[in-house]
Design a protein around this ligand. Sequence first.
Ligand code: SF4
Ligand code: SF4
Length: 361
Amino acid sequence: MAITQSKAVSLNQRIEEFLLSRGAIKVGFATVETLDGGPPSVDLSYKLPGAKSAVSFAFPLNKDYIRPFLAKEDRSSHEKDDADAFAYTKALSWECADMLSEEGYPSKGTTANLKYRTEIEGWEKGQYPDISHRYIAVRSGVGSFGWSGNVGIKGFGTTIMLGTIITTAELEATDAIPEGEGFCDKCKICVASCATEMFDKEKSTTVTIGGVDFTYSARRNLSRCFMCCGGATGLHKSGKWSTWSPGRMILPEGDSDEELDPVYRQAIEKQKKRPPMPGGAKSTLKLHSQPDRVLPKVVLTCGNCQLICWGDKVETAKNLKILRQSGCVVQRPDGSIEALPPEEAEAEFNKMDPEHREAYC
Ligand code: SF4
Ligand code: SF4
């Protein structure tokens, strides 16, 4: 349905008010024109044939829980906050989509993560999302890329969750944040926060969307993250700190698939032999589209590159210090986990039964 410019502006404003009044901190708009020429994951018609626009919004994570998570003092509070933010951004996007659909513009909400284009051969390796919240967020000016490739906002850093609504309404596009005016000062602390060193410190990658270039760090090999963020391993090669994962495999220095693929397969097999990690969070929120669905429990062991960056050099540096002093996690045969100073963790680990140890290194 075509609408006049003045109606489009007013619809933009109403959508923005709708989302801001429900906790979003920033809202932006992209159109098929401003997304033109971007990667396949900004093709709105993949999710909604006839889509004309996308609405992007950001919702904040609770920073009060992030430092205890980085310090390995409290995993569950941030896990719960993350699970709730995940469910809430999904629910909010569907609520907004329903509002637009009721007004005569068929629209669709999206899920915040974990939805992939599984029809692509080898999708597990690239984990291509059905829709890229990040690309739409940067093109619409909701946030900008940090060096890590996480999207952030001044005053928040990258401690945000993104949501997207896809609609047949013709909305007015908002501008991308100009280069150099975003939150990222290229301190590269995010690079140092990754136990498996996924980000290249110097080399960058550029993506062009709607004629605008966006640049962030080159990924050395995505499987470095899949192994670590997935919990298979978590020990930094210095042996001085770890993520919340009890895995102690140190990855090879090389970045070729030939080198990393066998390690990846081995890491996953080892992880399967471990007792389940205690804790984990299940969101108590009901999903709008599936109110009866019980959400799976999520065990978070990393996310450090996102959590570390608070958009303020001093605070971000403090976060890295906390992480580096947080010790190393070991898992007992009964499944319980404990964060110990690095030498103590190594000594405890070495005392364990070789059969138990085999599942971690
Ligand atoms: S830690 Fe944040 S501000 Fe520093 S380089 Fe990474 S994304 Fe940019
Ligand atoms: S989530 Fe963890 S493992 Fe993955 S890139 Fe970020 S810091 Fe590295």
